[in-house]
Write a protein that binds this ligand. Structure first.
Ligand SMILES: [Zn+2]
Ligand SMILES: [Zn+2]
Length: 243
């Protein structure tokens, strides 16, 4: 028969698996394990994207101060993306990279809330619907959840933008985008997304965890605009910045 003490130790051990008490970034005790394994100090030290960035794709710009006039990067000048703008919070490195790996690949779903809350400090433009970048049914079954849907739901909760998760669909399996170069990404994503119904005249916010080239967001925008969306804005927790 279990004594109260040994039961307590077992419970502590089980809790330790799901709510580790050591911050995975700095290895110091986590001060908020119920919300996030990452401690408050590391969370505060997250690397933000610079204010001086492309008004469309959020790529950092090298010339100081021009973002104030809604400047665009060379890529967006050369070919305007189908989305109108991207709100990106952090640079995809250090703390945010660790957080997204835990959130996406290690099943730490409770990180949806603290990651989404970062957007409380950013003005999110008005939108009629908020939706996640979808996964195919096969990938959803493998992972068990769509991390972008959890983020979209958490952002919907405090913005009151209605959440939709069954309009934008991913209908084609694509290779992991991180293994592909720019043109290969665009090619592999062709016809990967579809809108199940018309979204005539609607402004839609599409949420993803990480943006690298913007190819995924652009293809989501293509599918939604084909279904008569008025405009598409992206909301991403992190953006990769090529050095
Ligand atoms: Zn820490
Ligand atoms: Zn740009």
């Amino acid at each position: 028969m279990l004594t109260q003490l040994s039961f307590g130790r077992i419970a502590e051990g089980v809790l330790g698996i799901f709510f580790p008490s050591v911050c995975p970034v700095c290895a110091k005790p986590s001060d908020q394990p119920a919300t996030s394994p990452i401690c408050g100090v590391c969370w505060e030290n997250m690397t933000r994207l610079p204010a001086n960035k492309c008004s469309v794709c959020a790529k950092p710009l090298e010339v100081e101060g021009i973002s104030k006039c809604g400047a665009k990067c060379g890529d967006c000048y050369a070919e305007k993306p189908l989305y109108s703008t991207v709100l990106a919070y952090a640079r995809y490195c250090d703390v945010m990279k660790e957080a997204i790996h835990l959130f996406k690949f290690s099943g730490v779903r409770r990180l949806a809330s603290p990651i989404a809350e970062l957007f409380k400090s950013i003005d999110i433009p008005e939108a009629d619907l908020i939706m996640p970048v979808p996964l195919t049914k096969k990938r959803l079954t493998q992972r068990g959840y769509n991390q972008s849907l959890l983020l979209a739901k958490a952002i919907s909760d405090f913005t009151n933008i209605p959440l939709s998760y069954d309009i934008l669909l991913k209908v084609k399996e694509t290779p992991h985008q991180s293994n592909l170069r720019g043109t290969q990404r665009i090619q592999s994503l062709k016809n990967a997304f579809q809108a199940a119904t018309s979204v005539k005249g609607k402004t839609i916010a599409v949420v993803d965890d990480v943006m690298t080239t913007g190819a995924t967001l652009n293809e989501c925008a293509r599918a939604l605009i084909k279904a008569d969306a008025e405009s598409v804005i992206g909301i991403v927790a992190a953006r990769t910045v090529m050095d």
